[in-house]
Structure formats: C-alpha cells, structure tokens
Design a protein around this ligand. Structure first.
Ligand code: SF4
Length: 487
C-alpha cells in the first residue's frame, strides 16, 4: 500500500496531539541552517531501513549539516530532508497500529502492537510484544489501554499517548501507523522520534487529500504489474487482490523477496519479521484474501513471479485462514509449473484444509524446477527468513510451458477460465476423478463426457485440475488468461 514518509506522518500525529521530537522539513539547503546537533533524515516515500542505507545521518556541526543536506537531497525520489533535534533519551518503546482484516476466529478491526523495547531490531524481540486488538468503531480509552500495560513505568501517560495514536490511525483510515522509537525523555514524558504510515488511497477522504498527495501515489505512476493486477480485479472482482511494487531499487547485497501475503495477519507477521533488516528487501506489497478464488490467486501469483529482480518467493498468511489452503496450494503449484520464471519458494499454509495443502505441495514439489519448502502455521516467518539464504539458486530459473492442446469443453465467465478436455488421456471413457472432486457439483459425468450442472456454480478452486493431473494423467486442464503485462 502507498506509504507516507515520516514528515507527512508527523503532521497526522501532531493533529491528534501526539507529542513529537522538534523537527523541520527542508526541501533545499537554507541560508540559516538548523542548530546542531540534528539528525538528517531523507524523506523518500516507501523507503525502509534508512539508517542502514545512509539515509539518516547525525550532524554535529554546521558544516556537517550543510554537506548532509546537499547529499541527501540529491538521493533518488527524495522529497526533502527532516532535520530533527537530538533528544536526551532515557528509554525507548515501540508501538504500531495495524489493520486486521479478520479471519475465522476474529472480526476485522485494529491491533495495537506495543513493545517496552523500541529501536532497531524490533523484529528480534517479538517475545516482548503486547498485542491489543481494538474496535475501529469503539476504540479503547486511555484507562482501558493502561490496564493492558502492567509493569510499564508511568503507564498512565503512556496509555494516553497510545490512545492518541489509535485515534490518528482511525481518523485517517490508515492501514499501518508505526512509531519507533517512542522516547521517554528526562521529565518522564513521551515523544515520537520516528514514525511512518501506510494508507489505502481509496480510503483517503477529500478533505484530507492534500495531506496524502505524494509524487509516488498518483495514478500515472502505476507500474505495468500493478496495472495487470487492476485488470485481474476488474474481470474477477471477488475477494482482495492487492499488489504494489516497492519504488526503491534493491540495495546491494540484499535478497529481493517477492511476497504473496494473505490478509492483514500475513502482512503484519512479515513486517514484524523484516522491518529492521537491511539484508532482506521486500520487492512488493501484496494481499490475497477475503475469499478470492484459486483462479485469481494463480493469476496474481503469476504477476508476483514476473518481477525480474526477485530472488525468492515467500507466501504466508496469519496461520489461521478461512481461505481454503488446499485451493491456494493448487494455485501455487500451477503458478510454479507454468510460470516461465518460477522462484525458489518458502510457503506457509495455515487454516482450512492446511493438511491437504501441505500434503499436495510435498507430493508435487520434487517435480518442480525450483526448490520449495513448506511450513506449518506454528512456524513463524522469522524462521522462514532464516532459510532464505540456503534456498537461493545461483541463477534465475527459466522454463517454457505450453498449455497442452485439447478440446474446449466449456468456458466460465466469473471467474474467467477455459476448461480443456484431453480424450486421449481417458481411453477407457470412464468417469475421471476430477468430476467427483468438484466441491459444488458443477462438474458432472453425463453420457460419457464431462458436462456442467446449470444449477451449480464454478468457484474457481482448481480442485478438478489438481485431481486430474495427479490421478487422471491430465484429462482435464484449465487455461486462465493473463494480462499482457505479465511475463
Ligand atoms: S469446476 Fe468445480 S472443481 Fe473445477 S474449479 Fe470449478 S468449482 Fe472447482
């Protein structure tokens, strides 16, 4: 999702009374420079891990301020530099508000994630995190938040601070609002040292549009692969299909990870696991959830695999998805066997039919041209990341896939697909297994041929093709169109 740079996020927080470290935004080198000591922070939409990339610098003299400003302003996509006063920090906390799209065991809402240990490397301290789910319609009061912060010094003042942060998150309909660190200063009060926000552009109200206007957020800036996903959503609108390319280039030495994150839970886990790392570069944001078909999952996966810079694919959800994981695994298998540029993959399945999903990938992964490792929901993305370096291949794999020719049986409009029959694979003319696998009864065996039941509907689950390939030698295959931008 589009990200706001720190100087814009500060405006949102300040408008809700959240105290911030004093800072000034500069889009040129002024004649009168700020007084040292200051931290100079390049404002680049979507930029993460700025400290590790030299985009944050401590300047302790006028000369260092002038040089630092000149260099940072020359960085690609830099909108300006935030010059923030150095604070006398006694203690650091971490807090984030995240949108939770809900799942089989929870309603949609927000989650406040708090850690009494802020600063860099927060992803390594997941054990210290306190998670407080909250309603977007009836957010918790400061007193209610304080009850959830046992053992934190001056918790009343901190709870008021967090309450204002939640109000900011809700007021501007953000998807992520992160403050790290929140500093406890000499007088015991709390101030934000660094912050960032993400938002969904359709969620921005007209009166707030000026706050969210960024060069990188305009429609004309849409990348070809983002356009491809927009067209997939147009002809198959059911469920969430979200994809956004990260605007930064891959830092030298970092592993470029193509992600398929399923729902807010998957996104949250991924961000917690990678937020402070400079060796892992997230090539794209994504969200496939909300009851989308396996047909659509496949098509979006093909977009994700099309990213030429990608080294590896990571797929994960919350670990308790309502989305049928066997259908998702069928989509992953199809994408990896049909994509001209499949990626070594780390796949985490958790939720409905997870055992069938894991079993399917175990069965088929030996015949794929790339290595695939499958994880159970008990394994968190932190552990998956530790395996990235050992799964990378030296060169990107390329393969040619040609859909086998056969007889067009029928087409479905929503989700759009062509079902192809291969009679030579069924010389006995008996009912193939794919018919019985159809969960809706849409497929029928009638007069020695596969037919469709007008009373039932195809939900695009891919179960028939999967059964056909595994048990019927491929008597039925499915062709799914891809936008021209894909590979
Ligand atoms: S025909 Fe049946 S099994 Fe095949 S994709 Fe449609 S719903 Fe699934």
């Amino acid at each position: 999702m589009p990200a706001l740079p720190e100087y814009k996020t500060r405006i949102l927080l300040e408008s809700n009374g959240v105290p911030m470290v004093p800072a000034v935004f500069l889009d040129h080198v002024p004649e009168i420079l700020p007084k040292p000591v200051v931290y100079l922070k390049a404002q680049i939409p979507g930029a993460t891990s700025r400290a590790g990339r030299g985009l944050v610098r401590r300047a302790s003299s006028q000369n260092e301020i002038s040089t630092g400003l000149t260099e940072l302003l020359a960085e690609q996509n830099c909108l300006g530099v935030l010059a923030a006063e150095a604070a006398d920090i006694r203690r650091e906390y971490y807090a984030a508000c995240l949108l939770n799209f809900g799942g089989s065991g929870s309603l949609p809402g927000g989650v406040l994630v708090f850690s009494p240990e802020g600063g860099t490397g927060i992803e390594k301290r997941t054990g210290s995190l306190v998670k407080i789910p909250f309603s977007l319609l009836n957010p918790p009061s400061a007193d209610e938040i304080e009850e959830k912060l046992p053992g934190v010094p001056n918790s009343g003042s901190l709870a008021e601070f967090l309450n204002k942060m939640i109000n900011t998150f809700i007021r501007y309909k953000l998807t992520v609002l992160e403050t790290n660190p929140i500093a406890v200063v000499e007088d015991g009060s709390h101030i934000v040292i660094d912050c960032r926000a993400e938002f969904e552009k359709h969620g921005v109200s007209k009166k707030d549009a000026h706050l969210f206007e960024l060069p990188g957020n305009t429609v004309s800036d849409t990348t070809p692969l983002e356009k491809a996903v927009e067209s997939i959503n147009t002809d198959d609108p059911a469920g969430t299909g979200f994809f956004r390319a990260t605007r930064d280039s891959v830092p030298e030495g970092a592993v470029a990870v193509a992600t398929n994150l399923c729902g807010g839970g998957g996104k949250m886990l991924w961000e917690m696991a990678t937020g402070g790392r400079t060796d892992i570069f997230t090539l794209n944001e994504s969200d496939t959830s909300g009851g989308l078909s396996a047909f659509k999952s496949y098509r979006i996966l093909r977009v994700i695999l099309s990213q030429p810079e990608a080294d590896v694919l990571v797929l994960t959800g919350s670990g308790m998805a309502f989305q049928n994981q066997y259908h998702l695994a069928s989509a992953v298998w199809k994408a990896l066997r049909e994509s001209p540029s499949p990626l070594p993959s780390l796949l985490r399945f958790g939720g409905t039919d997870q055992e069938k999903a894991i079993q399917l990938m175990d069965e088929v992964s030996q015949n794929l041209p790339v290595e695939v490792r499958v994880f159970r929901p008990e394994i968190f993305p932190n552990a998956m990341i530790e395996q990235i370096s050992s799964i990378l291949s030296e060169n990107r794999v390329h393969q040619e896939f040609k859909a086998p020719e056969g007889e067009l049986l029928f087409e479905t409009a929503t989700p759009p697909a062509r079902f192809i029959y291969h009679p030579e694979k069924n010389p006995g003319g008996t009912e193939p297994a794919c018919v019985g696998e159809c969960p809706t009864g849409f497929l029928m065996w009638k007069d020695g041929i596969i037919a469709t039941n007008p009373e039932a509907k195809c939900i695009g689950c891919l179960a028939c093709e999967t059964a056909s390939l595994l048990r019927d030698n491929g008597v039925l295959t499915i062709e799914l169109d891809l936008p021209e931008e894909v590979e």
